[in-house]
Design a protein around this ligand. Structure first.
Ligand code: FRU
Length: 568
């Protein structure tokens, strides 16, 4: 890089293809790559391959055929890489995309690059919109130097849509980083009454809130008047100037009772200069703001979800056992939540923190805005996190041109239990459309040494089990080589590095388990236990088995569905 980091090698050409294909190789020096079309210049940090690439990233040129694009690199040593960057109507490797050995088949993942938080989840005119924190040009959060600032480069909003939460179509990047900063997490709403005055057509505008992660961090707005296909950053940004340090992750919702918009925002009080004597979670607070028009915001209160931080959410659910009664749920990125009440200005906790997630593959979950009243569900998608320190690729996705996935979409319901009011999570019913063939095991005893699943082979599975524990000390599902074990004496279920309690009801446990290439999702007790696990099944064979150990158990219901890939 030359001293001021400016462009030292460029190449200009007429745009004839849809994509710029860019060679990437892990361990190559990071180069600053600029892509200029007209007066729009975008800059990214990329481990540009000087020789044979590991994989090809793509930059979507969009519908600009005819214009001129100029690609610049900040290194005179990158002539080979510069000449390897080429345009095409296909992304390199498109023929094997979604079929790669470690490509999740039930969960969403990006075609190329890294993803983390789901953001901007909103339902609009028959489509579920899933935006996501995205580095399109690398399989990690990016340059290790980002660790110093705590801000990672290339952070964009990727975008996908689905008619059914199961089959996703990836669309062009919705929001690219700009001079004000990287695009960090946030949310989206449908502005039905045009409160912001940003609607241009006959249909309501979609409004997105994101954190502009620059110096300082600010909260910004973008608008789409074409069903989320293109986005314009609001000229009056930021709508909330930095309240404190790296405050971020605005989640906005309409509050019908007060007729105002409500935002919850993570307030960053982490002192990066101080010795690390305080965990981030101990000083995390969430701010509550309200607005009549999505543009002017007033802070009304704060609340704390002890032990949790970042990516807050606040929503109301009625209690299933008593639909006339409802509670508000306030949660953070880890899925810890408080149960309480909310008057549009102040959240008042009643109980908690409680734990939604018992797995190792869950973070920064968000629920959808604007689900139609006729549907009425509260649908949540988590980041199926498989962390690795940048710029390393996560081992779960070794050798892949992408990293990370979303978790399975789940429906949250609120229940009155003997412990108090609690959230349950169950896979959304749309996942049942992936069932390809079903095997029902006959009811009856399961003696040690027997295996009712021994004839089944395959890759993607859903298992529904209702098992009477009887005299068994353990029940073990062996799922393509990975055990999921229930310990009767301890009343605990375990998988990989996680163990969680699951109390039997009348001596029986009920489980629903999904097996994907990089994950096992376990739901127990009709959603009381939610345990999404990142698991490497790539070398694990194709067999299933179930055994009772130490004594006999009894099968009340055991139904095994072979699943189709969501990408087919
Ligand atoms: C959570 C998080 C958010 C932030 C985003 C950046 O994973 O740290 O707080 O906005 O990631 O990608």
């Amino acid at each position: 890089m030359d001293v001021d980091g400016s462009v030292t090698a460029t190449s200009s050409f007429e745009v004839t293809g849809r994509y710029l294909n860019i060679p990437v190789r892990s361990g190559s020096p990071f180069r600053r790559v600029t892509v200029t079309i007209g007066d729009v210049e975008r800059a990214f940090d990329i481990e540009l391959a000087e020789g044979e690439p590991d994989w090809w990233a793509f930059h979507d040129l969009g519908p600009v055929a005819g214009g001129t694009v100029t690609v610049g690199i900040d290194s005179a040593d990158s002539a080979d890489a510069l000449s390897a960057i080429h345009q095409s109507d296909e992304i390199v490797g498109a023929e094997s995309t979604y079929r790669e050995a470690r490509r999740p088949q039930l969960r969403f993942s990006a075609r190329r690059g890294w993803l983390n938080d789901p953001v901007g989840l909103v339902y609009f005119e028959g489509e579920y919109h899933l935006f996501y924190e995205h580095n399109p040009y690398g399989v990690s959060l990016g340059h290790p130097a980002n660790a110093e600032t705590g801000i990672w480069g290339n952070a964009s909003w990727g975008h996908a849509v689905s008619p059914d939460l199961v089959h996703w179509q990836e669309l062009p990047i919705a929001l690219y980083p700009d001079a004000a900063g990287s695009i960090y997490s946030g949310s989206a709403v449908v502005d039905r009454n045009d409160t912001a005055g940003l609607r241009t057509g006959s249909a309501p505008a979609l409004i997105a809130f994101y954190t502009s992660a620059g110096t300082p961090f600010t909260q910004c707005l973008a608008v789409s008047n074409d069903r989320g296909r293109t986005w314009r950053k609001y000229e009056g940004n930021p709508v909330i100037p930095s309240p404190e340090k790296q405050s971020r992750d605005p989640k906005v919702a309409w509050h019908a009772a007060t007729g105002r918009w409500v935002m919850v925002l993570y307030l960053d009080r982490y002192d990066r200069e101080a010795p690390a004597d305080l965990a981030t979670t101990e000083i995390s607070s969430f701010g509550v703001y309200t607005s009549p028009d999505l543009i002017t915001w007033e802070k009304t209160s704060e609340f704390v979800v002890p032990g949790d931080t970042e990516c807050p959410g606040l929503f109301e659910l009625s209690i299933q056992e008593n639909p006339g009664e409802s509670r508000w749920i306030a949660h953070g990125a880890k899925g810890s939540y408080l149960v309480g009440s909310f008057d549009g200005r102040v959240f008042t906790p009643e109980s908690g923190p409680h734990t939604l997630n018992e797995g190792n593959c869950f973070y920064a979950a968000q629920t959808f805005a604007d689900i139609p009243v006729s549907d009425g569900r509260r649908i949540l998608i988590p980041w199926g996190t498989a962390w690795a320190t940048p710029p390393a690729q996560a081992p779960l996705f070794a050798g892949m041109p992408f990293s990370q996935s979303m978790g399975l979409p789940v429906e949250l319901t609120l229940h009155s239990t003997e412990d108090g009011v609690r959230l349950f999570a169950n896979p959304v019913r749309e996942l049942e459309t992936l069932r390809e063939s079903t095997t029902r095991i006959v009811q009856g005893p399961l003696q040690p040494g027997e295996d009712p699943l021994s004839s089944l082979t395959g890759e993607l599975w859903e298992i529904e089990a209702d098992m009477e524990l009887g005299d068994a000390s353990r029940l073990v599902f062996e799922l393509r080589g990975t055990p999921v074990t229930y310990d009767t004496a301890r009343r605990e279920i375990s998988c990989g590095d996680r163990t969680a309690s699951l109390a039997p009801v009348d001596g029986r446990i009920r489980l629903r388990i999904f097996v994907d290439r990089t994950a096992i999702d376990i739901f127990g007790g009709d959603g009381r236990l939610y345990m999404p696990m990142g698991v490497d099944l790539s070398g694990g064979g194709r067999s299933l088995s179930l055994r009772a150990e130490g004594g006999g158990a009894r099968i009340h219901r055991l139904v095994v569905h072979r699943l189709a890939s969501a990408w087919e």
